[in-house]
Design a protein around this ligand. Structure first.
Ligand code: 5GP
Ligand code: MG
Ligand code: MG
Length: 172
């Protein structure tokens, strides 16, 4: 049985989400903003984040996968679902659960730019830098974690544990 080591409590996540929502609202005040959540992992983060926003936003989703049941990125990004909104000339903030190698986001940033977005920035709940393979910059990171495979608050292991309210290091 794997061990679940607590990393972030539900209360700590709430504080982090409120903080980052405030920063985003300050920066985008008076401008349009489209939040693009990366399914499935970011579904809880995006839903909490948008409810702490004090500026109007539009919301869309992409679904990208590279992991399968493994715990490290294959680097082969598969786009299972594309955006549906017209984002030409819009400010886009990609909302991701966790950035690890950065391969998924490098792909998605270029993909979103390809639709003619005016600006494309990145917000991630967790910036995990240990295995970074790209020079991708996370514009809004709630929390930096150095190592470990995390589950909970949307993050899965083989589609399990997404429903946990806190975040845990899954130790095999
Ligand atoms: P990257 O392409 O940056 O290596 O990884 C992107 C995706 O891999 C993330 O969006 C996330 O879905 C998944 N991922 C990366 N690290 C972890 C982790 O520690 N736990 C879980 N559950 N997924 C992760
Ligand atoms: Mg993700
Ligand atoms: Mg996953």
């Amino acid at each position: 049985m794997p061990e679940f080591i607590p990393v972030l409590t539900r209360e700590r996540i709430e504080e982090l989400v409120v903080g980052v929502a405030g920063k985003i609202c300050d920066d985008y005040k008076g401008r349009d903003l489209v939040l693009v959540g990366v399914l499935k992992g970011a579904f809880i983060f995006l839903s909490d984040l948008c409810r702490h926003m004090t500026i109007p936003v539009q919301i869309d989703f992409v679904e990208a996968s590279s992991y399968g049941a493994e715990t490290s990125s294959s680097g082969n990004i598969k786009l299972n679902k594309d955006i549906e909104l017209d984002i030409e000339g819009k400010n886009v903030l990609i909302v991701e659960d966790i950035v690890d190698t950065g391969l998924t986001l490098s792909y998605l940033v270029e993909h979103i730019k390809g639709f003619g977005a005016k600006t494309v920035k990145i917000c991630a709940l967790i910036d995990k830098r240990e295995r970074r393979e790209t020079d991708i910059l996370v514009d809004y990171a709630c929390c930096v974690v150095n190592a470990g495979f995390l589950v909970g608050y949307g993050l899965d292991y083989a589609e399990n544990y997404r429903e946990l309210p806190g975040i845990f290091h899954l130790k095999f």
